[in-house]
Design a protein around this ligand. Structure first.
Ligand code: ARG
Length: 553
């Protein structure tokens, strides 16, 4: 039963083609099925692209084939019978185009409707992953880069969790280092009677940071005291420890508010957590001969870089790099993570390149390798007369879902490698590729189902799908492709792939809904089920993107 081959539709086809490829070319030739979605739907749904590559491996070696095209023919003929494939054609240089059976699509959707969307989760190799994201710095501003990391990191975590990976969501807060010397010294001076160690009311930390930095840069005597304060803090002197803990707590309350508003959960393991591990990690690196002396500091040289990675400063202190090395060691050896994902802004590229290179040299790595939106939405809803229809609570909830959804989606739909411009007008537009448009689309489907008066639970169990109209079939196939898009989005860490999938889903739905009458047609049951399946997949996408769906608009 092909329903039971695990994995996405694409993976299932790969399995089927693997059998055929094995039968088609000699044992000693490596095969690696390459299946892609057809760029031109008139050719088919999927394409097996192996013929050309295999041809170059077997030609001139006494093969019976006369070129890639006949090889493609043979691949087609050797395909095992499968309920997934409706028909195959050969195009160009042996490309095998596959049309997926519409009965198979229908049956798969029926199964999902009964067993739940979890059965469409992609199967990944990884069991446990660390996602290091958000990671603001104590007493410094949480800037747009941190916010973006928070949103993208959360979605990556959600996608992996959906794919049954255990995710350790880590907030690598900058809560350690020399800035605390000057901060604490400055605060001790400003509050001589000890408020620093206990009171939450010591003023605006960012301003205090700036003022203390100014003192540090301009007053050599203060600078000396600040450096001494670092030593006291690291040695564990009580009032220094208390002041440090209090400052961290003040900052923490600030950013926790933001996490709460965005509905994001993560676990703080700040830089200070890894501090005790640094000496033994550096010992290990030293034993491997990686650490050298340079200008009084201890460093690791990296091929292709003129400046080495400093791991122990001239004054003997540890730094950001030594902390990240210890954190990596901890995640690999203590937490046994198989995949460690860092979501940070590009400003950190140099640091990460150097530190990954150092970890590779050590043999640790296998290879080198918002409220404004809400109120704007509420205003639009009120303008559209919704305040008369809905209760205040409903208005508030829906405005919040759309507003925050819009911000998140605008962040995620762009390839995370490109920078983008933050614009409320753009992200709150209800036409085009925005969360607002998608949330509307979903709410519209819900209202179609509601208005039909059908008992969905009963239909799900008793009804069946028949995808006779080409737009029904296209939509059904797109639904089946959910899993492989989540998979691709996970493996390449590109949430925008999922955004694009969701956007195309909504477009396919619109096309279907324009051309196929649902309520009152002879295909009503089948079409309502298709609506329901679309709504379920859309909701799962929203959920993975950290967006709250709304059911009416
Ligand atoms: N706190 C850092 C910053 O804001 C980001 C930390 C990223 N994670 C890490 N493991 N280095 O610049």
């Amino acid at each position: 039963n092909d329903q039971e081959i695990v994995g996405s539709l694409k993976q299932k086809l790969a399995k089927i083609f693997e059998e055929s490829l094995r039968l088609t070319v000699p044992e000693e030739v490596d095969i690696d099925p390459s299946i892609a979605i057809c760029q031109k739907p008139e050719f088919g749904d999927y394409q097996c692209n192996n013929a050309m590559g295999l041809w170059s491996k077997i030609k001139g070696k006494g093969t019976q084939f006369r070129g890639p095209q006949p090889l493609g023919q043979a691949i087609r003929e050797n395909l095992p019978t499968s309920e997934i494939i409706d028909s195959c054609t050969i195009a160009g240089a042996g490309f095998v185009n596959v049309v997926v059976s519409r009965q198979y699509i229908a049956k798969s959707i029926e199964n999902m409707l009964v067993q739940g969307i979890e059965t469409w989760a992609p199967k990944l190799q990884v069991k446990r992953a660390v996602v290091d994201f958000s990671s603001p710095n104590i007493a410094k501003q949480m800037h747009v880069g941190h916010l973006r990391s928070t949103i993208i990191g959360d979605t990556i975590a959600r996608m992996l969790e959906f794919s049954n990976v255990e995710v350790l969501r880590r907030n690598h807060v900058g809560d350690w280092g020399t800035q605390f010397g000057m901060l604490i010294e400055y605060l001790f001076e400003k509050f001589p009677s000890g408020e620093v160690t206990s009171s939450q009311d010591i003023g605006d930390l960012e301003a205090i940071y700036k003022a203390s930095k100014q003192r540090f840069d301009n007053d050599p005597k203060f600078k000396e005291r600040a450096q001494q304060a670092v030593v006291s803090l690291q040695a564990g002197v009580q009032n220094y420890r208390d002041a440090w803990a209090n400052i961290c707590e003040i900052s923490r309350r600030g950013y926790e508010k933001i996490y709460q508003r965005l509905g994001i959960h993560l676990e703080e393991k700040g830089e200070s957590f890894y501090n005790p591990y640094i000496p033994r990690v550096l010992d290990e690196l030293g034993e491997k001969g990686l650490i050298e002396e340079s200008d009084g500091a201890r460093v690791i040289f990296i091929e292709g870089k003129t400046i080495p990675l400093i791991v122990v400063k001239r004054d003997g202190g540890f730094n950001y790099a030594s902390t990240d090395l210890a954190a990596l060691w901890y995640r690999l050896n203590e937490e046994k993570a198989e995949w460690i994902i860092y979501v940070t802004d590009v400003g950190q590229r140099e640091h990460f390149e150097m530190f990954f290179a150092a970890a590779s040299r050590a043999g640790w790595l296998p290879i080198e390798d918002k409220d404004e939106a809400k109120s704007k939405c509420k205003a639009t809803l009120v303008e559209r007369g919704k305040s008369k229809e809905w209760t205040d609570n409903e208005l508030d909830e829906i405005a919040e879902a759309i507003g925050y959804g819009a911000i998140k989606y605008a962040d995620l739909k762009n390839n995370r490698k490109t920078d983008y411009t933050f614009s409320y007008d753009q992200m709150l537009n209800d036409k085009g590729n925005t969360a607002v448009y998608l949330l509307y689309a979903h709410a519209r489907i819900c209202s179609i189902i509601r208005k039909s008066g059908a008992d969905m639970e009963k239909l799900k169990k008793k009804g069946s799908l028949d995808l006779a109209h080409p737009d029904e079939r296209r939509l059904g196939l797109h639904l089946l492709q959910f899993s492989e898009h989540v998979e691709e989005s996970c493996l390449n860490l590109l949430p925008n792939v999922l955004c694009e999938y969701l956007y195309n889903l909504s477009e396919n739905f619109t096309k279907f809904y324009t051309n196929c009458q649902v309520v009152g047609s002879s295909e009503e049951t089948s079409r309502l089920l298709l609506c329901e399946a679309t709504a379920i997949v859309m909701r799962k996408c929203f959920h993975l993107l950290g967006i709250t769906p709304v059911y009416k608009i």
